[in-house]
Design a protein around this ligand. Structure first.
Ligand SMILES: Cc1ncc(C[n+]2csc(CCOP(=O)(O)OP(=O)(O)O)c2C)c(N)n1
Length: 572
């Protein structure tokens, strides 16, 4: 045997490995910093290889916790979140998180174990048709049938999850595939002829938009999470300033444009600001950048932007014209489109009267509430958190009233500080998402603002927070009820509070202590200030139970079926 042949043989031997080891090597090749997961029979070969792999794995206490943590990590780091769950119940426990990530365009690569290839379809122990179940809630999914294909599939999954409109990609791996061996070749190009997202804008459409801006007297930008996914906050600011166009955010877009900027009009939609909603009603040119005209944003479509020429910049062509007829479609990455628009240096029209009108609305109809220092007003609580963190914290929320108050009163100045479940509205999201966010930015101040009900859907993750000593400040906005449900029952169901009041909530302070986390309670504004100051000066997790005014409602509000111009609760 020649020396060359020996070297060649060695190389081949070196790269032959089990499917389980391939997975680990692929994660290393993708520079994955952390994976979130939970073991079980079908993934034991993978967990065995994980054992001494050096890959950082976080054992959440429920698979739902793992996938929301991965979402929080992805939103803050801009990298894909990675999850491992076992077959059957492990996989079905991530269904909510996959749906959440799909609707909010969060890049995830999710591995699920599966029963062995030869028993698939036989109702084997812990078998579930995960590919079937997750087909509509993943950007793409795979079941690996041949270990030789595993490297290519993993490579494609990372590519698909993170390019174009981001989203979750799932790889279902039968147990026998994890123990069979093949050559591991990861240095291959991704070739997907059927998947070629358009990232650069069409020049003609850009010219049309430049022309429309120069004609417009009442232009407005509606900016969504697409701006954040494209890392285009700087370009958005530059363009808005260059053309002097006011900016409105969707719930998920918050932070894409500085909230303290004079051109910022606030959030749009059901609990948006009066100025933002009236601007959308009155504008003559609406430029949607990376938002999907969700019904919570548009209100009744019959009255949405009725006088406007609509331009829509979106990387996903399926979004354009889906809900709102669009005159200027621009299929593009938000950053690329904004760069091109800035480059065009169009001449804006005469918008002086428009700006005067907008400033008048801002002055006359700001967000407002009646404070009462003897209790804790939830809006005041968010303001206090904003003040004590200089508006620079990463804020994760659950879903309900507290989420809307956080969106209204925490004035995000920077991108990638806001982590919330928008499209799906998933209770139980906030706490695990904070774990992922803190791991993405270990030095950041992370505040998880949650409701007393939603918190209880994933509170087992307190164990992880303690174990990793993550300095997350958990703020429970405790109104002893399913607050948002109670609010709707008060307004639309004649105060018939069917199953929404929970006067017998557990003692959250003792609960925190059971998990070896410091717990504190506050019932007045003075107490709130004191415990918050103490918590923010502690480099350890703290759970803060705030007993807030229980019957406070979120205003202003666009009732279901109404147009954005029909807001109620605009004045006290
Ligand atoms: C998993 C899930 N179940 C039900 C709902 C419906 N829902 C929306 S808000 C809400 C009440 C949330 O109560 P809480 O967590 O205490 O927050 P609050 O509204 O009081 O701030 C409910 C039940 C939901 N969004 N998610």
């Amino acid at each position: 045997m020649t020396t060359n042949m020996k070297v060649e043989e060695k190389r081949v031997q070196k790269t032959k490995m089990s499917g389980a080891l391939m997975l680990i090597e692929a994660l290393k090749a993708e520079n994955v910093e952390v994976i979130f997961g939970y073991p079980g029979g079908a993934v034991l070969p993978i967990y065995d290889k994980l054992y001494d792999s050096g890959v950082f794995h976080v054992l959440t206490r429920h698979e739902q916790g793992a996938i929301h943590a991965a979402e929080g990590y992805a939103r803050i780091s801009g990298k894909p979140g990675v999850v491992i769950a076992t077959s059957g119940p492990g996989a079905t426990n991530i269904v909510t998180g996959l749906t959440d990530a799909m609707i909010d365009s969060i890049p995830l690569v999710v591995f699920t174990g599966q029963v062995a290839t030869q028993v698939i379809g036989s109702d084997a122990f812990q078998e579930a048709d995960v590919v079937g179940i997750t087909m509509p809630i993943t950007k793409h999914n795979y079941q690996v049938r041949d270990v030789n294909e595993l490297p290519k599939i993993i490579k494609e999954a990372f590519h698909i999850a993170t390019t174009g409109r981001p989203g979750p990609v799932l790889i279902d791996i039968p147990k026998d595939i994890t123990v069979s061996e093949a050559e591991f070749d990861y240095e291959q190009e991704v070739k997907l002829p059927g998947y070629q997202p358009t990232t650069r804008p069409n020049h003609l459409q850009i010219r049309k938009l430049v022309e429309a801006v120069s004609q417009a007297k009442k232009p407005v930008i509606l900016a969504g999470a697409g701006v954040l996914h494209a890392n285009a906050a700087a370009e958005l600011k530059q363009y808005a300033e260059q053309q002097n166009i006011p900016v409105i955010h969707t719930l998920l877009g918050l932070g894409g444009f500085p909230a303290d900027h004079p051109l910022f009009l606030g959030m749009a939609g059901m609990h948006g600001t009066y100025t933002a909603n009236m601007a959308l009603y009155e504008c003559d040119l609406l430029i949607n950048i990376g938002a999907r005209f969700d019904d919570r944003v548009t209100g009744n479509l019959k009255y949405f932007a009725p006088k406007a020429t609509v331009a829509h910049i979106d990387i996903d062509p399926a979004e354009i014209g889906k809900n709102v007829p669009t005159h200027i479609p621009v299929v593009s990455d938000a950053k690329e489109a904004l760069k091109e628009l800035i480059h065009q240096e169009g001449k804006p029209g005469d918008t002086a009267a428009w700006h005067e009108q907008l400033n008048k609305w801002k002055r006359e109809f700001p967000l407002m509430y009646k404070n009462d220092a003897a209790t804790i007003k939830p809006q005041r609580l968010v303001e206090l958190i904003y003040e004590l963190t200089n508006g620079e914290a990463i804020v994760t929320t659950d879903v309900g009233q507290h989420q809307m108050w956080a969106a209204q009163y925490y004035k995000f100045k920077k991108p990638h500080r806001w982590v919330t479940s928008g499209g799906l509205g998933t209770m139980g999201f906030g706490l695990p998402a904070a774990i992922g966010a803190q791991l993405a930015e270990p030095k950041a101040t992370v505040v998880s603002i949650v409701g007393d009900a939603g918190f209880q859907m994933t509170l087992q993750e307190l164990s992880v927070i303690h174990e990793l000593n993550l300095p997350i400040k958990i703020v429970i906005v405790n109104n002893q009820s399913l607050g948002m449900v109670r609010q709707w029952q008060e307004i639309f169901y004649e105060k018939r509070y069917s199953h929404s009041l929970i006067p017998n909530q557990p003692d959250f302070v003792k609960l925190a202590e059971a998990y070896n986390i410091k717990g504190v309670r506050a019932k007045t504004e003075e107490e709130a200030v004191r415990v918050l100051k103490e918590a923010f000066s502690t480099a350890a997790p703290v759970l803060l139970d705030f007993h807030v005014t229980a019957d406070e409602n979120v205003y202003p509000m666009v009732a279901p079926g109404k147009g954005l111009h029909e807001m109620v609760g605009v004045k006290l």
